[in-house]
Design a protein around this ligand. Structure first.
Ligand code: GRF
Length: 200
């Protein structure tokens, strides 16, 4: 059994989608070992508890980035986590944490990277006027929204779209895309060639 840990700061819809996929066997031979939040009031945290998933809350306030990350990593190690999924985790990770779980951290971003990294990706896409945007699941390296791409899904931008309607259309794709990406990484059936993830 492979063990997944998920880091959240908010709503937790991607976390919930992964939890359901694990329960239904759509991520084979995997269990959701731990949900970590840096925000005590995160709705996703309450949801995880309802689902009976072990949770760990550790506010970043009053700690350096690395101190905070070391506390999270200790708990992830205690739970013997094989894969760390960032799902709306709104903090940069320290280089120490990224090295500690090298090529074992996934992030989801609501655009087709390398377009529109950073905050408000859906608004950036709308303002730019692209006709397609989407979501990207990538391995995390030390640059923001940058590591090798595991999976992407394209989503059309429609003429009447607002940030809300576009975000909702992307979010539905995010859930499927994250599940596929986590399943691939846990299966080990890929190799990394430079920036390319080649499925075997
Ligand atoms: C998603 O749009 C994700 O792409 C971004 O933050 C949002 C998190 O949503 N990184 P949720 O907490 O998973 O519902």
């Amino acid at each position: 059994m492979k063990r997944i840990g998920i880091l959240i700061s908010g709503r937790g819809s991607n976390m919930t989608a992964i939890a359901e996929a694990v329960r239904e066997g759509r991520i084979p031979d995997a269990e959701l070992a731990l949900v970590v939040s840096n925000v005590e009031s995160a709705a996703g945290l309450a949801r995880a508890q309802e689902l009976g998933i072990r949770t760990f809350t550790h506010s970043h306030r009053g700690y350096t980035r690395e101190e905070h990350d070391r506390a999270m990593a200790a708990e992830l190690r205690r739970c013997e986590v094989d894969l760390v999924c960032l799902a709306g985790y709104m903090r940069l990770l320290s280089p120490w944490f990224i090295r500690e779980f090298e090529n074992r951290i996934l992030n989801i971003h609501p655009s087709l990277l390398p377009s529109f990294p950073g905050l408000d990706a859906q608004k950036q896409a709308l303002d730019y006027g692209v006709k397609f945007t989407g979501c990207t699941v990538h391995l995390v390296d030390e640059e923001l929204d940058h590591g090798p791409i595991v999976k992407q899904s394209a989503v059309p931008v429609l003429s009447g779209d607002t940030v809300e309607t576009l975000s909702a259309r992307i979010l539905a794709e995010e859930h499927n895309t994250y599940i596929e990406a986590a399943a691939l990484i846990l299966s080990g059936k890929y190799r990394i060639e430079g920036r390319r993830i080649v499925e075997l």
